[in-house]
Design a protein around this ligand. Structure first.
Ligand code: PLP
Length: 414
């Protein structure tokens, strides 16, 4: 990279003084992976603990008699954030569960095709594969070339490659390995014109970008899901599922329970006994964001920091950017091609991730993408520009010639 524009030349200033004090993250850790499982501020954890205390004081009253009523404020808060009516909000423990609910409620015929871009999250790929196999249908993945110049190119490539008999497309709002913001409105429209149903996997969207599920529904999208435990600071175990009004009675949770046939909201409310305090904490977490940072300020800061980090890492590693340096296809994460020399000392992306953690105390995910290894960084209020500099240095040190580094352990996919 020879130059970048002024918006990426300097990182944004921290939103408040010493924001990291608001989280309980290990101060020795350079935590650049907000994206995988989020990180909950101490004050929001306290709000959840308060709910747990209340619940355990009077469990039957709180769970058996009052659950629906207790879930009303979370439903209203979540609905406001994603732009829909509260009755359209179903809670699940995570986005994987929400997508399983929708896809496993559908039935396909032999010859039907279930389609996703190759940027799809692996758990969702497995879900689509499993359902396709169950029904004798076919799962097809569309290769979208990288680098990509703009949103139109992404949409056009995907839509032009849709095979005959595409019954269902699952599209990421923000992709996981590549951290790209997809032009979902254009893709929904084109898929619907071809008669295919669309599920939007917005796992990363709430809190990171503006979400407007009503406009997606108006274009005919079947469903949308988003995690609130990633970018909304809600404790782990909280996703929202929105289903098109015409289909709400035919989509059921994967765990069928007491309230089968009593409507979308009721069925999703009770999927067996679980800890529903993450759901109850939604209003506190969303209010915390507004009061502490301001929604727009937080989103802008995170986006600007990710855009800066993207340009900085590309420059430090001499990597060709996968998306425009102006950040137009980014939210609050960016993926950068790692120096290929790393492969002379490390045998896999998992290995690189371990070594960064074990030797440098840097937490960041690495994904394989064709012949490349992609390092994804997240940007959150507690991150500082120097942390991306530490990652850049560590990777360059590992990419220098030297003996191969022994592998140590496995990690679950993130
Ligand atoms: C695009 C995408 N979809 C789905 C998921 C799954 O989220 P969860 O593990 O909360 O179900 C993720 C998680 O990172 C994701 O990035």
């Amino acid at each position: 990279m020879t130059h970048h524009d002024s918006s990426t030349a300097t990182p944004p200033a921290p939103l408040i003084d010493a924001p990291e004090r608001l989280w309980g993250l290990d101060p020795e850790l350079t935590f650049l992976n907000h994206g995988s499982f989020g990180a909950v501020p101490l004050a929001v954890l306290e709000a959840q603990s308060e709910w747990r205390r209340k619940l355990e004081r009077d469990p039957i009253e709180m769970i058996a008699r009052r659950m629906s009523e207790l879930l009303e404020p979370p439903r209203w808060s979540a609905a406001e954030l994603i732009g829909c009516a509260p009755e359209a909000v179903g809670f699940t423990a995570n986005a994987t569960g929400a997508i399983n609910a929708v896809v496993r409620s559908m039935q396909f015929k032999p010859g039907d095709r279930l389609v996703a871009p190759n940027h799809v999250y692996n758990a969702i790929r497995q879900t689509l594969r499993w359902v396709a196999e169950r029904d004798g249908a076919e799962y097809v993945e569309i290769e979208l070339p990288l680098p990509v110049a703009n949103a139109d190119e992404l949409a056009d490539t995907f839509v032009d490659a849709l095979p005959d008999r595409t019954r269902l497309c699952v599209i990421d709002e923000i992709s996981s390995p590549t951290a790209i913001r997809f032009p979902i409105h254009r893709i929904i429209k084109a898929c619907r014109e071809l008669g295919a149903e669309v599920i939007v996997d917005g796992a990363h969207a709430p809190g990171m970008i503006d979400v407007d599920v009503t406009s997606q529904e108006a274009l005919g999208a079947l469903a949308w899901t988003g995690n609130f435990h990633k970018w909304c600071f809600v404790p782990k175990g909280c996703a929202v599922l929105h289903v098109h009004r015409d289909h709400r009675n035919s989509i059921h949770p994967s765990t069928i329970s007491h309230f089968l046939g009593e409507g979308f909201q009721r069925e999703f409310e009770w999927q067996g006994t679980i800890d529903f305090t993450p759901w109850l904490t939604v209003p506190s977490a969303l209010a915390y964001i507004e009061e502490t940072f301001g929604w727009d300020r937080l989103r802008t800061h995170n986006h600007d920091l990710a855009t800066w980090a993207h340009a900085h890492l590309c420059e430090r590693w001499g990597a060709a950017p996968l998306t425009p340096l102006d950040g137009s296809l980014l939210g609050s994460m960016a993926s950068v091609v790692a120096p290929p020399d790393l492969k002379s000392r490390l045998d896999s992306t998992e290995h690189l991730q371990h070594v960064l953690y074990d030797q440098f105390r840097i937490e960041t995910p690495v994904h394989e993408w064709g012949d490349d290894w992609l390092i994804r960084v997240s940007a959150q209020a507690y991150n500082r520009p120097e942390q991306y500099g530490q990652l850049a240095d560590a990777v360059l040190e590992l990419a220098r010639k030297g003996p191969s580094i022994p592998t140590r352990r496995r990690v679950n996919p993130i």
